[in-house]
Design a protein. Structure first.
Length: 159
């Protein structure tokens, strides 16, 4: 399979179970996973990563494509990404209903969490940029939100 095979960055990876030869999406931040088909415990650092991406939607497409290649079936085509697929633009559109800065940040963080999982303050800044807004001392304000926690230095997640 071509694409972001084996190199690059991304939260999601596509692997193939060595026992049942089924492709699946894994969170690359995890150390292990379990094959949903045969139950084999998979140690991710020992697995070949066929595809890496920060988009769960793109990862699911890659699984379908890889499973089709394995079985010899027809390959699904992926449509071109349009603006509505961009998680930052989605978050900006949803956050327009916010009545204040705190509510705006909560909505942005929730949408980013749903779309990309973990996110950085740069992701929030990108959303704010799409909205034509800016927030002073953003990281401090993110840390004060109730439904947001900092997984590691500078990496946030919505609960």
């Amino acid at each position: 399979m071509t694409g972001k095979s084996g190199t690059g960055e991304g939260k999601y990876g596509v692997i193939v179970c060595p026992d049942c030869e089924t492709a699946r999406v894994v969170d690359l931040n995890d150390k292990t996973s379990r094959c949903y088909r045969c139950g084999k415990r998979l140690i991710l650092k020992k697995m070949k990563i066929y595809y890496r991406t920060s988009s769960s939607k793109e990862a699911r497409w890659a699984v379908g494509r890889l499973n089709a290649e394995i079985s010899g079936g027809d390959l699904p085509c992926m449509r071109e990404r349009d603006e509505s697929d961009d998680p930052h633009i989605k978050a900006a559109k949803k956050a327009t209903i916010a009545e204040n800065e705190r509510e705006r940040l909560e909505i942005i963080c929730r949408v980013l969490g749903e779309e990309i999982g973990s996110f950085r303050s740069e992701d929030v800044k990108s959303v704010l940029h799409h909205m034509g807004r800016e927030i002073e001392d953003l990281e401090t304000k993110l840390k004060r939100l109730e439904d947001i926690y900092e997984r590691e230095e500078g990496v946030f997640r919505s609960v």
